[in-house]
Design a protein around this ligand. Structure first.
Ligand code: ATP
Length: 195
């Protein structure tokens, strides 16, 4: 099992209620944002995944919420239109709130959970502190895209993973290619056995 898989299993334990498939989609989006930036510059943002009600209680909108009032069906994280919308909105201050069903519930949230006694590697700033704090105050997992193009995952107030986008994409796609390859082999085998 890779380190990344271990992290997913740890933060997605049944008692926390974080859906691993949704978290993986969020990570893929975070990695894309870290790599691509927007309009020629690097951008940073936060995704807070699961325990939506508590996350909303511990945060407030910095502007009129651009996602408010839209049909939840139109706000699914796997929808390419939603992903592009998030990439655009990620240029604004604040965090995205993502439900365990993969619905992007709110954007531009100021996270106001207490940062008391949160221990953080030196050099990380307010964005990382806010992400760590909300992950301690709730059962949510936070994913930070740093303007330094690194993605960090926080759970229960602590950093549990630091992701270099290129390495993560390489392992993500090679794993999927292996699965696809295995699928081809299985279908080859079944077509052979059927004849
Ligand atoms: N409490 C908060 N809730 C949501 N977003 C916050 C909060 N505090 C700071 N931010 C976001 O973090 C940005 C400032 O990031 P800052 O550079 O201080 O942090 P950082 O951890 O060093 O991040 P980076 O690695 O991206 O530079 C703000 O513009 C805002 O978008």
């Amino acid at each position: 099992m890779t380190d990344f898989k271990e992290v997913l299993c740890k933060v997605c334990s049944a008692c926390k209620g974080v859906n691993p498939e949704i978290l993986e989609r969020v990570l893929l989006l975070a990695v894309e944002i870290a790599r691509e930036g927007r309009e020629g510059r690097r951008i940073g943002t936060i995704f807070v995944v699961a325990d939506t009600q508590e996350v909303l209680k511990n945060s407030r909108s910095l502007i009129l919420d651009p996602l408010f009032g839209h049909d939840p069906e139109l706000k699914q994280i796997h929808d390419p239109n939603v992903r592009e919308t998030i990439k655009e909105l990620a240029q604004l201050d604040g965090a995205f709130v993502i439900s365990d069903q993969g619905i992007v519930v709110s954007a531009c949230r100021y996270l106001n959970a207490s940062a008391d006694d949160i221990r953080m590697p030196l050099g990380l700033g307010a964005r990382h502190m806010a992400a760590a704090s909300i992950s301690r105050a709730t059962k949510a997992v936070s994913v930070v895209v740093s303007e330094s193009s690194i993605v960090r995952v926080f759970d229960n107030g602590e950093m549990v993973s630091e992701i270099i986008p290129e390495l993560w994409l390489f392992s993500h796609y090679s794993r999927n290619a292996q699965i696809a390859n295995l699928g081809t082999q299985i279908s080859d085998f079944s077509s052979l056995s059927c004849t």
